[in-house]
Design a protein around this ligand. Sequence first.
Ligand SMILES: CC(C)=CCC/C(C)=C/CC/C(C)=C/CC/C(C)=C/[C@@H]1[C@@H](COP(=O)(O)OP(=O)(O)O)[C@]1(C)CC/C=C(\C)CC/C=C(\C)CCC=C(C)C
Ligand SMILES: [Mn+2]
Length: 414
Amino acid sequence: MAIILVRAASPGLSDAVRDIHHGSLQCSPSLPKRRPVPSPRRWMLCSLRYACLGLDPPRTSAVYSSLAVNPAGEAVVSSEQKVYDVVLKQAALLKRQLRTPVIGVRPQDMEMPRTGLKEAYHRCGDICEEYAKTFYLGTLLMTEERRRAIWAIYVWCRRTDELVDGPNANYITPTALDRWEKRLEDLFAGRPYDMLDAALSDTISRFPIDIQPFRDMIEGMRSDLKKARYKNFDELYMYCYYVAGTVGLMSVPVMGIAPESKATTESVYSAALALGIANQLTNILRDVGEDARRGRVYLPQDELAQAGLSDEDIFRGVVTNRWRKFMKQQITRARMFFEEAERGVTELSQASRWPVWASLLLYRQILDEIEANDYNNFTKRAYVGKGKKLLALPVAYGKSLLLPCSLRNSQNQN
Ligand SMILES: CC(C)=CCC/C(C)=C/CC/C(C)=C/CC/C(C)=C/[C@@H]1[C@@H](COP(=O)(O)OP(=O)(O)O)[C@]1(C)CC/C=C(\C)CC/C=C(\C)CCC=C(C)C
Ligand SMILES: [Mn+2]
């Protein structure tokens, strides 16, 4: 049996990789079963996305409908529908837990003095500041408890990403990810392995956070280990949910919904999911050249083919009119997800809105920079300059003062 210790020293990100590499923890991951629930709203959204892009929705893929037919003629559930089921489940859990708060493992019950916990959160804040300075600044406006919780979640996500994207990525195996998942289960059970885990363990005892988005992020890292191509947008959507949509779902219970908001919990979760998807699509469009040099093409293969492009064009890295046209479509789609997300930000509790607006505005500007670079994302990294970054902060602050959309709409109706 594994003995789990809370380490006294403060570990860095690379320690996490080493720990799970040398650790002896095992587990058999079990993904929750998903139920196909056709939803007219999702169907409309998906078909709209295709129509606006001027793309033919491939008949063999399930992108534009909640239920579709695969090449073998079987009915399949689209990724958007599968993920929407997760959204519904998370929203239901949040509503239930807010009605009957469960007393979890409180910090005082854990075998770590309060000063240790303080130090753990402090370290999470430092890591967050080091890796995501603007976002860290935004969190400073949040209440202390929420800010620390977001730092702890950020650090867990960053460590998870670092496993497959960091300097030791070549040594990471599916077994190592299984061990990371076992560690996750342990910290959810109040048995953190190190001090950074302890901060998250404390956070999940204070906020109604579910384990599923965390498990799903690890699943995304598993897929990164074995998959370097995406047949269509349906496959890419699932990947984006795993590695980024999950972040949105993890964050909502901490950020909180404004007490005056009239929006449904599901719609706020949907917006959070959309922001994660939008960010990840943007990240993929920014990093086309960098990813290609690692042998990875995240862009949907069928859409590349429809545009008369192939992997070879990407490896060659020459900006042609075909490429520009293709990129315009991809950018349009990413912007649609940002638009969907915008509606949800205003529904968050007032103090949480600023960092989310800031990150939305800043990340979306990367798309403008790709355009400004004449779509050369092969050799030029789209980068938002300091001036524009600084300007986004007061704009985000102004937006965070607006009343929730749901309230404005209901006032207009009265
Ligand atoms: C305020 C805010 C943004 C809170 C989220 C904080 C948080 C917990 C972030 C974790 C991010 C993270 C480390 C994810 C791991 C996987 C990963 C790296 C995903 C990519 C992020 C960008 O990273 P970067 O540019 O550094 O990429 P490289 O590694 O260099 O390639 C992603 C593109 C995804 C990030 C996704 C989000 C930040 C989701 C944000 C959504 C919300 C906070 C929900 C807000 C609520 C509503 C209602 C809209
Ligand atoms: Mn990237």
